[in-house]
Design a protein around this ligand. Structure first.
Ligand code: GDP
Ligand code: ZN
Length: 365
């Protein structure tokens, strides 16, 4: 097999290709495969940008049992240099991943986006602030491994500076360690800050419907976005379908992943994420007399003392408990699914072992 060395500044650089990806890809380069980033996934096929243009590739070789390991938008992959169909041979280990619980009651995660650096949580200043909802999005963001950023949108609709400052402060107390940016897409205020954040990697936009995500995406992408995003193509049956590219290079640098599935995300095993959203409660809890304090009515509880002193809003503790409960439920469901999966695997191995025995007997007995 021929090997080729990758140019140091490849056409993939705008898509986020860097030395670390090149390092991870090296063995596949030696095997004659080409690197690329998945910009869209669709029924066993995906569109992959390579330094040789965008190719359609088949994912049959890398279709795993675990739905969380299915090829998804944002993945870096190794594709065959040619062939019809071309196959994705490997998915490079993900740096971060967004998953959500599916809307069905079955507890199965669904992978939404991979290798996201910034989770931009859009929150409208024009609607009543729902801090619990902000916290939920932040938990999800932390859990993915991406760095969250809150963007308060529609600042032009809150012209009073004092009111605006209060709102910003409320959000900041609910988002320790998270930058909070205020923007108005209509006036252009703050967009330069967001553009600069987005330039530093791959971003996704999260947030409630109506929060202003599409408007922010358009502002980041520039004019006539829909023309750019909508690609007419022909599916296998010869019908014309309108499809969208879900991963786009931003003119100001960086990449935006905008998949429909990311709207209305739920929590999925966000144990660490929840802890990070409420980091100040965790810090306070270190001062509790009992290590397993439930901050309910225990003596010497530092969390309750902080509420008493007005340092910690009661709402934060309530919200923390609610998310913890919700998350514990989710984890329990996932554990049940894992156990079922493991049982199935054992059965398979058992059957294989039996088969092997019978084969031996038939041959040697
Ligand atoms: P999405 O559902 O999160 O994608 O929200 P959209 O981007 O569709 O925005 C919802 C509504 O808010 C639309 O009518 C937008 O025109 C409006 N909107 C978005 N950004 C701003 C802004 O900065 N100022 C004002 N006044 N309205 C905005
Ligand atoms: Zn306590």
């Amino acid at each position: 097999m021929s090997s080729f060395s990758l140019p140091s500044r490849s056409a993939l650089t705008p898509y986020g290709w860097d030395d670390a990806w090149a390092g991870a890809f090296a063995p596949h380069a030696a095997a004659g495969l080409r690197p690329g980033r998945v910009i869209r996934v669709d029924r066993g096929q995906c569109d992959v940008v390579t330094d040789d243009g965008t190719v359609r590739a088949d994912t049959a070789f890398v279709t795993p049992h675990d739905p969380l390991e299915v090829v998804c938008t944002g993945d870096w992959v190794a594709v065959e240099p040619d062939g019809s169909p071309r196959y994705v041979r490997t998915v490079l280990p993900r740096r971060t991943a967004f998953v959500r619980s599916t809307s069905s009651k079955r507890s199965e995660g669904q992978i939404l986006a991979a290798n996201v650096d910034h989770a931009v949580v859009a929150v409208s200043l024009a609607a009543e602030l729902d801090l619990a909802r902000v916290e939920r999005f932040l938990a999800l963001a932390w859990e993915s491994g991406a760095r969250p950023v809150v963007v308060l949108t529609k600042a032009d609709l809150v012209p009073d500076a004092v009111t605006r400052a209060h709102l910003v402060q409320d959000v900041e107390t609910s988002a320790p360690g998270v930058p909070v940016i205020t923007v108005s897409a209509h006036h252009g205020d703050g967009l330069d800050v967001l553009t600069a954040v987005a330039a530093g990697g791959t971003s996704v936009l999260l947030g409630q419907s109506g929060a202003g995500k599409s408007t922010l995406a358009n502002a980041l992408l520039g004019a006539d976005v829909m023309d750019v995003r909508t690609v007419r193509d022909v599916d296998g049956k010869g019908r014309h379908t309108t499809t969208t590219r879900n991963l786009l290079v931003l003119p100001g640098g960086g990449v935006l992943i905008d998949t429909p599935g990311l709207r209305g995300v739920g929590l999925w095993d966000a144990t660490d994420g929840v802890g990070q959203v409420f980091s100040e409660i965790g810090e306070l809890a270190e001062g509790c007399r009992f290590q397993d304090c439930s901050h309910d009515r225990e003596p010497g509880c530092a969390v309750l003392a902080a509420i008493e002193d007005g340092v910690l809003p009661q709402r934060r503790l309530d919200s923390y408990r609610k998310l913890q409960r919700e998350n514990r439920r989710m984890v329990a469901q996932k554990d049940a699914r894992l156990r079922a999966q493991i049982r199935k695997q054992w059965k398979r191995q058992d059957a294989q072992a039996r088969e092997a025995m019978e084969f031996k007997r038939g041959r040697w007995a």
